[in-house]
Design a protein around this ligand. Structure first.
Ligand code: 57M
Length: 361
């Protein structure tokens, strides 16, 4: 909004010329979201504790170390959603279509997650919304977002799949791009959801991925940089750097309260929305497969569940002591912070590999 209001006045007051720069507005978005999180956090946590009484229902069959978490409030994702939305709308060019699509997915998935958390809290169980209902609405929102993205992207790239490490490799998917893109958004949403099972475990890899995709969006949206790096140029995608900046700031702010021992959990309100947001940004910037690398920790956690459930159903035997993967290491006796920090290290290494695809081609 500030861009739309102040940049046109740059002739009158030259410092307003700063608002033309995506880098400046991304920095503003990071700081604004961080401040909102710090100001809102304590108040929201007090309100959630008051409303939720016993807080997040803790499963009895989970790791013994989780039983002490009883009473921790959930739905802390509301702080992330509010900070990201306000900061993005304040600093982004409001005429940018990609931003509105990504906000549609972020808020839409957040509402689904809120419904799930609300039912868990009111019914005092860990079931929440029926899985099929959650999936239906996630698919509906993702398909709508995918169609809009193809409409606002231009040329053959709008329904093509870019392959990392290969220059000019664009696999034409035609209309199949829509279900593929929806799969990316729903998949990344649920992968972050599965990963969010230890204090700080999901939010830092989300922050790392958002930072990486902020850089990717900026480069993809800039014709000169895109040409130099021989990556697909997507006009208008650069504004998503502002959204990613807001997500980084909000995630950093949330981490202050989710650091071990967590004062609040983000809930499905947070995990479904920020996972879907990363998926939507990766689709808009034509870097879907790079998300699988940068968000590789989320992929590993999801694969561990698929392998565990398949093995148990087929052979009656478990591959891991418990899935997702972070619980396996808890069961091996690793302390929770040890698991979390080592998973952060893995996420950081995968992010560097993912960013290398910008140059190695
Ligand atoms: C999402 N939710 C956490 C919190 C967070 C198919 C199966 C793998 C599904 C999976 C499952 O239930 N996933 C749901 C994970 C839960 O966290 C809440 O959920 C939100 C995220 N969606 O924001 O509100 C618990 O995680 C802990 N937590 C923290 N700190 C945090 O910052 O300590 C979360 C955030 C919280 C808290 O204890 O209550 C979760 O783990 O449920 N199921 C599982 O993950 C279960 N695994 C399992 O059943 N494995 C089986 C089969 C099915 C694969 C097996 O290995 O044989 C484990 N989770 C729990 N108990 N809670 C193990 C059993």
């Amino acid at each position: 909004m500030l861009y739309n209001l102040l940049f046109p006045l740059a002739d009158v007051f030259s410092p307003f010329n700063l608002f033309r720069y995506i880098t400046f507005r991304t920095g503003g978005a990071v700081i604004t979201a961080l401040i909102i999180s710090f100001v809102l956090g304590p108040r929201l946590i007090r309100w959630l504790k008051k409303k939720q009484g016993e807080g997040q229902p803790i499963r009895s069959d989970g790791p013994e170390t989780h039983h002490k978490k009883k009473g921790t409030p959930t739905m802390g994702g509301l702080m992330i959603l509010i900070a990201v939305t306000i900061s993005t709308l304040l600093w982004v060019d409001l005429t940018n279509g990609f931003t509105w699509v990504v906000l549609l997915v972020t808020i839409g998935f957040g509402i689904i997650g809120f419904g799930d958390d609300y039912l868990k809290l009111t019914r005092r169980n860990t079931r929440g919304l029926p899985g099929r209902l959650k999936l239906f609405w996630q698919v509906a929102i993702s398909v709508a977002a995918a169609i809009i993205i193809t409409q606002i992207s231009h040329g053959p790239s709008s329904t093509g799949l870019a392959v990392p490490f290969l220059k000019d490799a664009l696999i034409p998917l035609g209309w199949f791009f829509v279900p593929f893109a929806a799969f990316i958004m729903v998949g990344s949403s649920n992968a972050v959801n599965l990963t969010d099972g230890l204090d700080g475990l999901a939010i830092v890899p989300v922050m790392i991925a958002a930072g990486c995709f902020g850089l990717i969006a900026y480069l993809v949206g800039n014709a000169i940089f895109a040409n130099y790096l021989q990556i697909l140029h997507v006009p208008g995608a650069g504004e998503l750097a502002v959204f990613c900046g807001a997500l980084v700031g909000a995630a950093l702010g949330f981490l202050w309260f989710n650091a071990p021992p967590a004062m609040v959990f983000m809930g499905d309100t947070g995990s479904l929305s920020i996972g879907g947001a990363l998926g939507a940004v990766s689709v808009a910037t034509k870097h879907e497969l790079v998300l699988a690398i940068i968000g590789g920790l989320f992929v590993l956690e999801t694969i561990s569940v698929i392998v565990q459930v398949a093995s148990y159903k087929l052979t009656g035997k478990r591959v891991f002591r418990m899935a997702p993967l972070h619980h396996h290491f808890e069961k091996k006796g690793w302390a929770e912070p040890t698991v979390v920090i080592r998973f952060w290290i893995i996420a950081s290494i995968l992010a560097l590999v993912g960013l290398s695809t910008l140059k190695l081609r």
